[in-house]
Design a protein around this ligand. Structure first.
Ligand code: KE4
Length: 430
């Protein structure tokens, strides 16, 4: 039975009068998968409801933050209580140090941190710090990795930039892009050559330790350790962008899973429990370069906002208290849904490569192993689009791009996994 989307379609038309593409973030426009996007009205647990009353199992979870599911009662209550005391002060509040302390417990590499309002701000600020600390101008990022939309980071970026097949972005002066070296992910030799060619000129290497923004791509055996060794040797700061992996792969993120300690870490998404909150942090000697202590300026009206602090505290406190059950449960369910759907594709004769790290994963519509952006790009994006539309029709809302990671929440159940596998069986035969 086809789902009606008439109210969403009307809402889309209205939104397009005021918002470019009708959206506040490009990937939400469903341009890569076609059709009008459903308009979300309510979420509860693992489910979303759209403007036409259709219910969906949610596998993008606001692009990562909703690890505990939608409208998780302790988070809702924390926000409600904080809001009753005002929504913002622009003055210091106790909750900022409370949440910061929790972050330092989760990430031993972080001695000090600063809260900001988005992953973009956090990554941008971490780079400014790295340049100030090293006195160097160049930065290294990897093709297909996405670290937000700061000018210097839109070079061969992932996520929406990859989704729309953009080389970068208009409006970024060549002089800015010039200082960004974009290398293939999982290629140690490329890093060695760049460090050689730009000896003493590179301030930092910024990497998603497990990539989500070209779709999910894991680091090759020893890759992160090689980045750590090479940066140590060359006086280059290693920055882990754990906006997506932080508190997702483990309470201590990818650096807990892989045992590699970066100099700086960028966090976001789960950190704010769905409210605008991100952070960057690391060694004290680097972080203390920030104003008001040092010469690196960085600021934000709503940084450390009391509602975001309350939502983050409720989320991280729950994750920390229940880490021994939540993460194994996420692992079990994610393995079941990824393996189940992949098996259905195989029996339907469809080439699919599944990459998964904990509860973040991507089904690539290619027969090749996917280890970097070049191999991810061999995916058949129109087959992905057909699959996405068919799954949506069957009540399963996947991220609307081949070059994004899907996520499970602690609210998903094995019954939801079974429903997803059945929906995929139908979708592969659509
Ligand atoms: P924000 O500025 O969107 O809060 O964070 C940027 C960012 C930084 N680092 C990583 C690893 C990220 O994944 C992101 C943002 N992720 C995308 C989805 N892959 C956000 C979704 C969107 O752009 O609408």
């Amino acid at each position: 039975m086809r789902r009606t989307l008439s109210r969403s379609a009307a809402l889309q038309a209205r939104a397009e009068k005021y918002l470019p593409g009708g959206v506040d973030s490009p990937v939400r426009a469903f341009r890569a998968v076609g059709g009008n996007p459903p308009f979300a009205i309510r979420g509860e647990g693992a489910f979303l409801w759209d403007a036409d009353g259709n219910r969906y199992l949610d596998y993008f979870g606001s692009w990562g933050p909703m690890i505990l599911g939608h409208a998780f009662p302790p988070v809702v209550e924390a926000i409600r209580a904080a809001a009753a005391n005002s929504t913002s002060f622009g003055a210091s509040t106790p909750a900022e140090a409370d949440l910061a302390e929790l972050v330092t417990l989760a990430f031993p590499s972080i001695e000090k941190l600063r809260f900001v309002n988005s992953g973009t701000e956090a990554a941008m600020s971490a780079i400014r710090l790295a340049r100030a600390y090293t006195g160097r101008k160049y930065i290294v990022k990897f093709e297909g990795c996405y670290h937000g939309h700061a000018d210097g980071l839109l070079v061969k970026a992932g996520s929406g930039v990859a989704t729309f097949g953009l080389p970068g972005s208009a409006g970024v002066p060549e002089e800015v892009a010039h200082f960004t070296l974009a290398l293939p992910f999982n290629d140690v030799q490329a890093v060695e050559m760049a460090l050689e060619a730009h000896r003493d000129e590179i301030a930092c290497i910024l990497v998603e330790p497990v990539v989500g923004n070209m779709g999910c791509v894991l680091p090759a055996e020893g890759y992160l350790e090689a980045l750590r060794r090479l940066t140590q040797q060359e006086g280059v700061l290693l920055i882990f962008d754990e906006v997506m992996t932080g508190f997702r792969l483990a309470f201590g993120g990818a650096q807990e899973v892989y045992g590699v300690r970066p100099d700086l870490t960028v966090l976001g998404k789960i950190l704010g429990g769905g409210l605008p909150c991100a952070a960057f942090g690391g060694r004290k000697e680097i972080m203390d370069l920030l104003a008001p202590l040092g010469p690196v300026y960085q600021a934000g009206t709503l940084s450390g906002n009391p509602l975001a602090m309350a939502a983050g505290l409720a989320t991280l406190t729950h994750l920390r208290t229940h880490r021994d059950s939540i993460y194994p449960q996420l692992e079990r369910l994610a393995a079941a849904v990824v393996d189940g759907v992949t098996a259905e594709a195989a029996s339907a004769g469809i080439h699919l490569t599944a990459n998964r790290a904990g509860s973040m994963f991507t089904w690539f519509f290619t027969g090749e192993p996917v280890k970097d952006f070049a191999s991810a790009s061999t995916s058949n994006t129109s087959t992905f689009a057909r699959f996405h539309r068919a799954m949506l029709e069957n009540g399963i809302w996947l991220p609307p791009s081949q070059f994004e990671a899907a996520f499970l929440s602690a609210a998903h159940t094995m019954a939801d996994v079974d429903a997803t596998i059945s929906a995929a069986r139908e979708a592969f035969r659509a």
